[in-house]
Design a protein around this ligand. Structure first.
Ligand code: NAG
Ligand code: NAG
Length: 362
């Protein structure tokens, strides 16, 4: 029954968006945009874009919403859907229950439980699916292993992951972590956990306090550390493979105030953080490595928000957040751990859509 309800909710949403494409419902929100709305079924190349002047309307402290092809009517529909969704706790509860009963298929996690790999997983963390795990090159390994607790997360391109959702390094897996950074071509790391919380270690510090450290064949140089605000900071690393002498710059965005099993205090701060990440990442095709402690709760929430907002920015007219989360859970177990985190994802999406709409020329 719950499954049915959940798909009904989605169906309603799809219908609502389709309605808005015809232009009738959206007039309620934005009569002046009717003519644009009538043409949205064609391509977006000449669709509504943000003008540079409108983009300066946000405060100078925070990053502006990035250039977007978001369809205005879709934006308004999503906003009203989200607002309704967030006010209707009963519906949210049911949708979350349905998501909790979702079973990924295939779901075998045998490799992570092999004897030599058990100590490479964080205790009480999540395991990786055999069919969806990052495979290290054993010839570069420190222990002749190809195993790391990290999952490639695909968006629309089935060959190139958009993200890697990873467990936080343990003291024994730091070299593996940098090997993954190296081999995946990664240039941006998103870290969503403090190193410790109430005295409990969440992540081993995998970078030097200053100068450089060598992790197996990966030399990591801390180049700079820029504290943006109380909630996050940005570190720049110079990474060198001492076997080949190749080098690369890697930027780490570290969100400090998001506690395990919890949500950030402010969606706005998280969105500003995300904009900074994406500004740095812009134009790349390598995966963004996202990790918290287990690489599933906070990481899953962040990836869900980013994936949905990216879809919208590309002009998608059908946004199905629950289905997007199921898609994530097909690739890594436990993505988004609590109902509060799911609710936070909805809030954050709504808030960003609101900010984008506000920045549009009226
Ligand atoms: C790397 O650099 C060192 C020092 O400059 C040099 O001795 C070594 O031959 C180089 N290795 C490769 C693979 O280029
Ligand atoms: C190529 C390489 O560095 N291989 C290493 C894999 O791990 C074993 C055990 O730590 C090392 O002895 C190898 O040198």
């Amino acid at each position: 029954v719950l499954q049915q309800m959940s798909s009904q909710i989605r169906l309603m949403f799809r219908m609502a968006v389709q309605t808005s494409e015809r232009g009738d419902r959206s007039e309620v929100f934005h009569p002046s945009h009717t003519s644009r709305i009538n043409s949205v079924s064609s391509q977006f190349s000449d669709g509504p874009m943000q003008s540079p002047s409108a983009r300066s309307s946000t405060s100078s402290w925070s990053e502006e919403p990035s250039q977007t092809n978001m369809d205005i009517s879709t934006g308004h529909m999503i906003l009203s859907y989200m607002e309704d969704h967030l006010q209707n706790k009963d519906r949210l509860d049911k949708e979350w229950e349905a998501l909790c009963s979702y079973q990924a298929e295939p779901a075998a996690c045998a490799v992570g439980q092999e004897e030599q790999n058990v100590q490479r997983n964080r205790p009480h963390g999540v395991l990786v699916y055999d069919h969806s795990r990052v495979i290290l090159k054993p010839e570069n390994n420190q222990s002749r292993s190809d195993y790391i607790n990290a999952s490639p997360i695909m968006d629309h391109d089935p060959r190139n992951p958009a993200y890697i959702s990873a467990q936080a390094p343990l003291p024994s897996t730091v070299a593996d972590f940098w090997q993954m950074v190296w081999e995946s071509g990664c240039v941006v790391i998103v870290m969503l956990t403090p190193l410790a919380e109430n005295g409990i270690k969440q992540c081993h510090q995998y970078w030097p306090d200053e100068g450089s450290d060598l992790y197996h064949i990966y030399e990591v140089n801390l180049v700079s550390e820029h504290i943006w605000c109380d909630d996050f900071l940005v570190r720049s690393f110079y990474l060198k493979n001492v076997q080949t002498n190749e080098t690369r710059t890697v930027t780490q965005f570290h969100f400090l105030s998001w506690m395990d099993q919890n949500v950030p205090e402010s969606a706005r701060t998280m969105l500003d953080f995300r904009r900074k990440v994406n500004k740095c990442y812009r134009g790349r095709s390598c995966p963004i490595i996202v990790h918290c402690s287990d690489g599933a709760g906070r990481s899953g929430t962040y990836i869900l928000i980013d994936m949905v907002l990216n879809k919208m920015a590309k002009g998608a007219k059908e946004i199905d957040i629950a289905a997007t989360l199921e898609h994530l859970r097909d690739q890594r177990p436990g993505m988004v751990q609590t109902k509060e985190q799911f609710e936070f994802a909805l809030t954050a999406v709504a808030e960003e859509v609101n900010a984008i709409l506000k920045a549009l020329p009226q």
